[in-house]
Design a protein around this ligand. Structure first.
Ligand code: NAD
Length: 276
């Protein structure tokens, strides 16, 4: 009788169980990433408003502190952090609330878990950017700067002035800059922690369903060009996140990986790379 090589993922075969923290784990890209990692035999501590291991409102500093406290009560080591919790940039949404969650809810979790990531031999952060950073108008430089300065109350104020539509690509631009500025520092790469981001294009999740139903921008959503001819599936984004978390991605440092069916390439063919 011949013994066939098992199809199980390598980490599972080697018996290595890693611990990942995923925010927004109850839906969409976060849920797909959690399912993929669990399917590879790893542990996932999900954080979301409800329906994950830890319930917390990451748009508030109290909720972030509670999440960090509960994560710490469960583990001293975290192998990867994937902050997916986010709100869509629809015109009727408070840009301040969106800023508090999409930027500060992500960065405070990442920085709050740096000590846990250092204790791992393969610590990795994969932040959630978006192709809107280069394909949507309305990025507010002052909002980006307030985010990067860590001034949450100023950022919320500017976010409310800008509104949900402009706050979304602004917070994602700030995420990209934070990743590129910090990934290269001794605190991160010097501590053996990789820091990168995925920049998805339109991906079929609850977020996209909400945008499609929006009375102002919903009718335009499916007119946005996607060269591959369809929106992405959450698992297609999760696959890239899982790769960036894994052992084959240790040379990635400060990369923003577009996974968008070609939208950015179509709209900005010659705008990148930009010469030094
Ligand atoms: P989703 O709506 O399916 O999931 C977002 C999750 O965030 C939900 O589970 C929700 O409960 C959670 N959440 C909302 N408010 C929260 C709060 N205050 N505290 C804690 N959790 C909260 O969205 P998704 O499409 O899976 O988005 C995941 C990430 O990917 C987001 O950061 C989003 O901006 C980004 N993204 C999505 C797309 C897309 O087309 N879907 C494109 C680019 C980037």
């Amino acid at each position: 009788m011949s013994v066939h090589r098992c199809e199980l993922p390598q980490d599972f075969v080697r018996g290595i169980v890693l611990i990942y923290v995923i925010t927004g784990a109850a839906s969409g890209i976060g849920a797909a990433t959690a399912a993929r990692l669990r399917g590879s035999g790893h542990d996932v501590i999900g954080v979301d408003l409800a329906g994950a291991e830890i319930d917390a409102d990451l748009s508030t500093s109290v909720g972030r502190a509670q999440a960090l406290e509960q994560i710490t009560a469960r583990t001293e080591v975290v192998d990867g952090v994937v902050p997916c919790a986010g709100l869509a940039g629809v015109p009727g949404r408070s840009g301040g609330l969106l800023t508090a969650l999409n930027y500060f809810g992500a960065i405070e979790l990442i920085t709050g878990l740096r000590g846990h990531l250092r204790r791992s031999t393969q610590g990795a952060v994969v932040a959630s950017a978006s192709n809107s950073v280069s394909t949507s108008p309305g990025v507010s430089d002052s909002l980006v700067e307030a985010c990067l300065a860590g001034d949450e109350s100023a950022a919320i104020e500017i976010g409310d002035e800008v509104g949900g539509l402009g706050a979304y690509p602004s917070t994602k631009t700030a995420i990209c800059r934070w990743v590129r500025r910090n990934a290269v520092l001794p605190e991160w790469t010097g501590a053996g922690i990789t820091v990168n981001a995925v920049a998805p294009g339109a991906t079929e999740t609850a977020m996209v369903a909400e945008i499609r139903e929006d009375p102002v921008i919903g009718q335009f959503f499916d007119q946005f060009p996607i060269p591959v001819g369809r929106p992405g599936d959450p698992d297609e984004i999760a696959a890239v996140i899982a790769f960036l978390l894994g052992p084959d991605a240790r040379f990635f440092c400060g990369s923003i990986i577009y996974v968008d069916g070609g939208t950015d390439a179509l709209l900005r063919a010659d705008d990148w790379p930009t010469p030094l």
